[in-house]
Ligand binder design. Sequence first.
Ligand code: NDP
Length: 297
Amino acid sequence: MTASIIDGKAFAAELRGKVAGHVARLAADHGVVPGLAVVLVGEDPASQVYVGSKGKMTVEVGMRSFTHRLAADTDEARLLGLIQTLNNDPEVHGILVQLPLPAHLDSDLVINAIDPAKDVDGFHISNVGLLATGQKAMVPCTPLGCLLMLRAHHGSLSGMEAVVIGRSNIVGKPMAQLLLGESCTVTMAHSRTRDLAAVVRRADIVVAAVGRARMVPGDWIKPGATVIDVGINRVDAGEGKTRLVGDVDFDSAAAVAGAITPVPGGVGPMTIACLLANTVTACCRAHGLPEPEGLTV
Ligand code: NDP
């Protein structure tokens, strides 16, 4: 193996430590405690786990956690009413609606009902527009985590060739915007891209956000490139067990890359840490206080 491992778990622990420090200072100097409200509609088991760990980590860094669990058949008016209440609640600085929502609810409508200043997922159309135009936004957590790790690893990314595989609103598109903001030359690839292997081979930075187990083999990677693997795929591990793998074939990629994030233990832990960081940023903005450095871009 030639690649160094980008340890997302360690980065995330460091970021949570910074967040906890800022939370303590906000309380001591200004009497302000950041609060994060998470709304879960229905009983999707994976969402239940995510919401549980978000609540736990919110409390661990000293913030207030408000969890709202609504029945799967909750109607739009009830959900929009709750979002309005949270928008108006001065103790709530961040609001996250856990996706996916049940099919009868319109996710775009619901997300766009959140006050953009409290939209810590960065999915509100205003934040998408602010990010695209290079203005101060709430930045989506997963791409923010990827960028913080890339910056820590490389310092300046200016002039680097970056290829983002995947064009979702949650990961691929905001990731490309962030890399463009760092003055990378950015290519966005997707399911219709011709000769994906040749496109990826140009990249100094590869971000894979596809959702297909180990689809990027090592011989697509330029020697020395940095590989950020966002994918989370559950595969058969034999004997009735399963395990998580990324979108990149780790072993063959690590033999040629300069640096690579593992799955698990790479991008995943950074996502929740960035959610906490965004909540502190939103709280500082709401109170007109200086924003702590290193929590956002
Ligand atoms: P989406 O399904 O929304 O998007 C997948 C993208 O991959 C699409 O743009 C699609 O292209 C593209 N794609 C599909 N097949 C191919 C192919 N054969 N070649 C090239 N591109 C392809 O997924 P998400 O962006 O939401 O998530 C991507 C992965 O990241 C998933 O594994 C998910 O679990 C993981 N994830 C991890 C997070 C973390 O915290 N670590 C957070 C969020 C997601 P097209 O648009 O043409 O269909």
